[in-house]
Design a protein around this ligand. Structure first.
Ligand code: NAD
Length: 281
C-alpha cells in the first residue's frame, strides 16, 4: 500500500498523515472546510519542527521533504479516488463516524481498505456503515506517533485476514510497532492495562492511603519502571482521565469528582499547565 488518505486532520490525523508521508507514502489529508485545512497546515508546519528536533532521521531536509508527499483537500471524492488505504481520524462521535463511512462507502473505489483510529468505539459499531465490512478494521495510534509508535490492529469477525495482514504490514512500513489483537476488545491492549492501573493509583491518593509521590516511588523501585502512575497522569493531562471516569461506575465518578476538586478546578492540569501532581518549571 502506497497511497493513503487520512480523514480528519486534527491532533492524531495530522500526526498519522505526516508520519506516513515521512516514511515515503503518498498521502492525501482530508478535512471538512478551508478553515480546518488552514489549521492542518499549521499542524504540519509544527510537526516539521518537532521531527527536526526529536527524530534522528529527520535531520536536514527529510522532515520538510515529507510535506512534498502530502496534499490537503476538502473534496472527499477527490481525496479517496486513488486510495489504497483510508485512515479515519474524525471526532469520537458515533453518529458522525457512521455518517462518514456511509458517504465514504459510496465514493471510495472497491480496492480501498478502511481503518478507524477510534479510541473507544469498537470497529463492529461502524462496520455495517462501511459497505465493505471485509475490508474494514481498527488501526489505533498513540498520541506522538513518532515517539510512542505502537499501532494496535483490531478487526471484526468479518475482516478478511488478508486485509488484516496488509494493514499490519503497512503499520510496520510507516515505522510503527504493530500490536495484533486477535479479537475485539474495548480499550485495545494499552488502555485495557493503563486505565485500571491509573484508577488504582488514584484510589490510593483519593482514599488518603498514600501520597502520590510515594505511590510513584513504590512503582518505580519495586518494578523498575521509569515513571509512576501520577507522573503518567501529569503527561496525559487531567481532562481525558476525568472524562473517562465521569462516565464510569459510581466509584469511578467519585474519583472523577476528587480529581476535579483537587486538581482541575485549581488549574493543576499536568505538565501542560506547569503543575499537576508535580510542579514543572
Ligand atoms: P481532533 O478533534 O483533534 O480532530 C478531528 C478532526 O476531524 C478535526 O480536524 C475536524 O475538523 C475533523 N472533522 C470533523 N468532522 C469531520 C468529518 N465529518 N470528516 C472529516 N473530518 C472531520 O480529534 P483527535 O484527537 O485527532 O481524534 C480523532 C480520532 O482519533 C478519534 O477517534 C480519537 O478517539 C482518536 N484518537 C485520539 C487520540 C488523542 O490522543 N487525541 C489518540 C488515539 C486515537
Amino acid at each position: 500500500m502506497r497511497t493513503v488518505t487520512v480523514l480528519g486532520v486534527g491532533v492524531l490525523g495530522a500526526q498519522i498523515a505526516f508520519q506516513s508521508a515521512f516514511k515515503g507514502m503518498t498521502v492525501v489529508a482530508y478535512d471538512i472546510d478551508e478553515r480546518a485545512l488552514a489549521a492542518a497546515r499549521g499542524r504540519f508546519d509544527g510537526l516539521v519542527k518537532t521531527y527536526g528536533n526529536e527524530v534522528p532521521e529527520a535531520k536536514g531536509a527529510a522532515a520538510q521533504a515529507a510535506l512534498s508527499r502530502l496534499t490537503l483537500t476538502c473534496d472527499l471524492g477527490q481525496a479517496v479516488e486513488d486510495a489504497d488505504l483510508v485512515i479515519e481520524a474524525v471526532p469520537e462521535v458515533l453518529a458522525l463516524k457512521q455518517q462518514t463511512y456511509e458517504t465514504l462507502s459510496r465514493l471510495a473505489p472497491a480496492k480501498t481498505i478502511f481503518a478507524t483510529n477510534s479510541s473507544t468505539l469498537l470497529p463492529s459499531d461502524l462496520a455495517p456503515f462501511t459497505g465493505r465490512p471485509d475490508r474494514f478494521l481498527a488501526l489505533h495510534f498513540a498520541n506522538r506517533v513518532w515517539q510512542f509508535n505502537t499501532a494496535e490492529v483490531m478487526g471484526t469477525d468479518q475482516t478478511d485476514p488478508a486485509v488484516y495482514a496488509q494493514v499490519v504490514e503497512f503499520a510496520r512500513a510507516i515505522g510503527m510497532v504493530p500490536i495484533e489483537l486477535h479479537r475485539e476488545k474495548a480499550g485495545y491492549v494499552l488502555n485495557s492495562l493503563l486505565v485500571p492501573f491509573l484508577n488504582a493509583a488514584l484510589e490510593l491518593a483519593a482514599g488518603g492511603y498514600a501520597d502520590p509521590a510515594d505511590v510513584d516511588t513504590t512503582w518505580r523501585i519495586a518494578t523498575g519502571a521509569p515513571i509512576g502512575p501520577f507522573q503518567i497522569y501529569d503527561i496525559i493531562g487531567m481532562n481525558t482521565p476525568y472524562n473517562i471516569m465521569a462516565h464510569g461506575s459510581p466509584a469511578d465518578q467519585r474519583l472523577a469528582a476528587w480529581l476535579k476538586e483537587n486538581y482541575i478546578d485549581q488549574g493543576k492540569l499536568g505538565v501542560v499547565s506547569g503543575e499537576g501532581f508535580y510542579k514543572y518549571s
